[in-house]
Design a protein around this ligand. Structure first.
Ligand SMILES: Nc1ncnc2c1ncn2[C@@H]1O[C@H](COP(=O)(O)OP(=O)(O)O)[C@@H](O)[C@H]1O
Ligand SMILES: [Mg+2]
Length: 335
């Protein structure tokens, strides 16, 4: 499959702050590609550069072969953008809003009429289309927003956190619309979220983004595969290399390792760099990558019991993208 989107070393700086730190990825035609990351990771900044909302500081991207720097007019015909923030006229009906957006794209007459009815069907709002946006629930407004991004029949749709603040029913409608647009119309989609379940459900490949960088990119299946059968975090009073080796040798365990301690604060001026710094955590934490988490938990706990080593904490992480993120960054996706 040829790539519909190719991103190379895309960077966005604000003064000394780098919101997007040279990211590269590509999306194949007909793919639903996920950008998964916590708030502030750089998802919206990335999408905004790819859709001409803001200029990149450096780097490049091509959409169906058109460069975003030199060919944004063509790019805008191919792209559809559903921004994170709603952009609708609250006193107009959904249908009137969609007519308005269609005209911006140069549509008119019967073609516009057909397109508006089509996108209303896609988001399942035909019955309510003449109601004012003001009277809609948050989820319905979001669906009109999606319809507005579809009215010019884009080949590549950017959806930026489309389910934030949305009721469960609209959420399911949104998932179904994305799946149908992809399967029935071959639309390529870039879907951003900080909800791993959504990305697992909808996306084939996913880039995990944190602090402006892609820290992992693969199919959902392969990313989750990094964890084997899940992860177990145990707090212990003392840990040495011999213990880690013994734990690694237990049935169901792939690897046992000490979790790196949190980064110590920078030294104050004039402080001796050789001075010993106090550890930030009280108890060491061992991370166990399991081949089979249930078997590993049973074996690890009975082994530690036999050795008279009390557990100070225990956390079991299922093999999913949330755990992959924690494994790679030491942070939770939602804090
Ligand atoms: N106009 C701006 N000026 C300075 N920093 C910005 C601006 N817009 C966004 N940022 C910063 O860029 C980073 C990435 O933001 P964003 O792409 O919105 O994250 P996400 O969409 O993943 O939650 C954040 O730290 C945010 O505060
Ligand atoms: Mg965002």
């Amino acid at each position: 499959m040829p790539a519909i989107l190719e991103v190379e070393n895309l960077t966005k700086k604000y003064g000394d702050f780098e919101a997007v730190k040279g990211i590269s990825f590509s999306v194949e035609e007909g793919e639903v590609f996920g950008l998964l990351g916590p708030n502030g990771a750089g998802k919206t900044q990335t999408i905004s550069m790819l859709t001409g909302v803001i200029p990149p500081t450096s780097g490049s991207a091509r959409i169906a072969g058109h460069d975003i720097k030199s060919d944004m007019n063509e790019v805008k015909k191919i792209n559809g953008l559903v921004p994170q923030d709603l952009a609708l006229y609250p006193t107009l009906s959904a249908r009137a809003n969609l007519n308005f957006f269609g005209r911006i794209y140069g549509l008119g007459g019967n073609e516009l009429k057909e397109r508006v009815e089509d996108v209303l069907r896609i988001v399942a709002l035909t019955d309510r289309a003449d109601q004012k946006i003001d009277e809609y629930s948050g989820g319905m407004k979001r669906r009109v927003n999606i319809a507005a991004g579809l009215v010019h029949q884009p080949q590549l749709l950017f959806l930026d956190e489309p389910t934030v603040g949305v009721d469960p029913q609209s959420r399911n409608h949104i998932f179904e619309s994305v799946q149908r647009l992809n399967r029935e119309r071959g639309m390529s989609v870039v879907y951003t979220s900080h909800y791993m379940e959504e990305v697992e459900l909808l996306c084939n490949r996913v880039a995990i983004i944190d602090e402006g960088k892609i820290i992992a990119m693969d199919t959902v299946k392969n990313l989750i595969g990094i964890l084997g059968g899940g992860m177990i975090y145990i707090g212990l009073e003392e840990v040495d290399d011999a213990l880690l080796e013994q734990l690694t040798g237990l049935g169901g365990v792939k690897e046992a390792m000490l979790v790196p301690p949190p980064v110590a604060p920078p030294l104050a001026e004039g402080e001796d760099p050789e001075k010993e710094t106090e550890p930030v955590t009280s108890n060491p934490i061992v991370k166990i990558v399991a081949e089979n988490s249930q078997q590993a938990v049973v074996n690890v706990i009975s082994f530690l019991n036999d050795q008279d080593r009390p557990l100070t904490s225990l956390e079991i992480l299922e093999p999913n993208l949330e755990s992959v993120f924690l494994h790679l960054t030491g942070k939770k996706l939602r804090e």
